[in-house]
Design a protein. Structure first.
Length: 175
């Protein structure tokens, strides 16, 4: 018979291997993010427009005037600031904006929203938003959406860029 100490060591090694194998098996795929990353791309006039954002869900909450307060700068998404990239110069609501990547913010109110393209594209939310870095501010009018959108979405379509969430959509003219 083998040495009892050797058998004990072998038993402990096998026990540890079984434990680690079980732990590795128990680690399922990561849970879906509450606000998954999304991208919308399309043409507005001759320019290619790309919107990168995180897409929060309504989850039964009051969005406008609740989760997203009226009269305050909002990152127009979740997590990092939403970004909009134009591969060539465009006009937004009739005002010129050079090609580039911008953080996209809005200041919602019940009637009209301020739409902001900020030169500091890489930022977390709106916590360090600096108005002095705005490349362009324009006004846009929200409207009731044709259907409820559980998740925030963006689309690049006529007349340019459309933000949709809950029962509202915000078209922003881009040419």
């Amino acid at each position: 018979m083998k040495n009892p100490v050797s058998l004990l060591r072998l038993f402990l090694v096998l026990l540890m291997a079984a434990f680690y194998a079980g732990t590795a098996q128990a680690q399922d795929a990561p849970a879906a993010k509450p606000s998954p990353a999304a991208t919308a791309t399309g043409k507005a006039g001759k320019a290619t427009v790309t919107v990168k954002y995180s897409s929060p869900a309504v989850k039964g909450r009051t969005i406008w005037g609740g989760l997203v307060p009226y009269g305050q700068v909002w990152r127009a998404g979740a997590n990092e600031a939403t970004t909009v990239t134009f591969d060539q110069p465009v006009t937004v609501e009739g005002k010129a904006l050079p090609a580039g990547t911008y953080a996209f913010f809005v200041i919602p109110t019940e009637k009209q929203w301020t739409v902001i393209f900020n030169k500091t594209a890489n930022q977390w939310g709106a916590f360090k938003y600096d108005e002095k870095q705005d490349a362009l501010r324009v006004m846009a009018t929200p409207r009731k959406a044709a259907s409820m959108s559980e998740r925030l979405t963006y689309a690049v379509e006529s007349p340019g860029l459309v933000l949709r969430w809950e029962n509202l959509e915000l078209p922003v003219s881009i040419k």
